[in-house]
Design a binder for this molecule. Structure first.
Ligand code: SF4
Length: 368
């Protein structure tokens, strides 16, 4: 499959790797799919590509249907809509750069921190909240940066969990991933390692025995994936998930709610049912972040609430993700629940159940 090399913190992958497995040219996508948009569209699409360079895998593109508004195509193909400017959309919507005490570490919540180990992803999701990183030369955390991170973690023992992110940590050669996780987990106050990855979705063939061997060394390793549409669950991704699970990984899924891709109850229900069938817990359904160039994906908050309302009570609890907004400016994730009209009355707590029937839970009554 070709090779990957690493020099001075930057990544180089040879042409064979790119040519055989990755697609980085939007015109090639259109040719492969036999789609011919009007010249004006093409011009804007190329402009969007120059601003946010595209990349996907042959595996992921093979899941797409031959139309521009296909849910897979929308996630990978640069779109003229990305060029529009909106005052409320910014490059770093979660204020990550303001919560970074040392390079590559984001410390926002008291007991956990995010470690950015690489900017590399094999599919660049057009809705990504870190798409600002695509404009830089691809990088992997350097040894010096890792030393500074270790130092910060040692002097901040309230951090007990580190979440490896990026980019996609699983794109690192397994031995490099092992070294990073080994050094972090060696710090006595770090009790839990978590990792966010999309590799098992977009390139499940690259989830190898060698990777599983590394995962096994850090069990239980919590891995959150990002399946956004039922069509992304394939035989290959099932195999990849199963390999990671056998190695002791606890798999969850974080779906981003995206207009035109998965913004219906039917789609999210089907996705969540498939996830639990393969033992992957639907963890979050995220409202799309307010990142520059994603306005066309943003749904009204009410859409997410109604999707969750259509699931609570009707769908197995383990298949229901928490709908959440990751608040602008890094103010944190907040779960958003449908309103069940909770009322605290003298006789107890009143609320409506999932069918809209009023219920009373007697509370604080004086014993007779
Ligand atoms: S896999 Fe995650 S980090 Fe990579 S492009 Fe997609 S959303 Fe962004």
């Amino acid at each position: 499959m070709g090779s990957l090399s690493y020099q001075n913190g930057h990544i180089h992958h040879n042409k064979a790797y790119t040519g055989n497995f990755l697609i980085e040219d939007p015109d090639q996508v259109l040719d492969t799919m036999g789609i011919s948009p009007p010249p004006q569209y093409l011009e804007k699409m190329r402009e969007a590509h120059n601003l946010y360079p595209m990349r996907t895998t042959k595996h992921f593109l093979a899941l797409a249907e031959r139309r521009l508004d296909d849910p897979i195509m929308l996630q990978v193909l640069p779109n003229p809509e990305e060029l529009k400017e909106y005052p409320h959309l910014i490059d770093d919507p979660l204020g990550e750069e303001n919560h970074s005490p040392v390079p590559k570490l984001i410390h926002r919540y008291p007991d956990r921190a995010v470690l950015l180990v690489t900017s590399r992803c094999l599919t660049r999701c057009r809705h990504c909240n870190r798409k600002r990183l695509w404009r830089e030369k691809e990088w992997i955390i350097t040894k010096q940066e890792l030393r500074e991170v270790e130092e910060y973690l040692r002097k901040t023992p309230q951090i007990r969990e580190v979440i490896l992110s990026g980019g996609d940590p699983l794109t690192l050669p397994p031995s490099w991933l092992e070294e990073i996780m080994g050094r972090v987990s060696y710090i006595p106050s770090i009790k839990v390692l978590r990792l966010g990855a999309r590799l098992p979705v977009v390139a499940p063939q690259l989830v190898t025995e060698e990777m599983a061997t590394v995962v096994e060394k850090f069990r239980p390793l919590w891995i959150n994936l990002q399946f956004n549409h039922p069509r992304e669950i394939t035989e290959e991704s099932r195999r990849a998930c199963s390999l990671l699970q056998k190695a002791g990984a606890i798999l969850g899924n974080q779906t981003v709610l995206l207009k035109g891709i998965n913004d219906s109850s039917q789609c999210i229900k089907e996705l969540c049912y498939l996830l639990i069938e393969m033992g992957v817990r639907p963890y979050y359904l995220f409202q799309c972040d307010l990142v520059k160039g994603v306005e066309h994906f943003i749904t009204p908050v009410s859409t997410g609430i109604e999707i969750i309302r259509s699931m609570i009570g009707y769908v197995s609890g383990i298949a229901i993700p928490t709908f959440a907004i990751d608040s602008p400016k890094g103010k944190g994730k907040i779960p958003i629940l449908p309103n069940y009209n909770l009322q605290f009355e003298k006789e107890g707590v009143k609320y409506q159940n999932y069918k809209g029937e009023w219920c009373l839970y007697p509370e604080a009554l004086t014993p007779s």
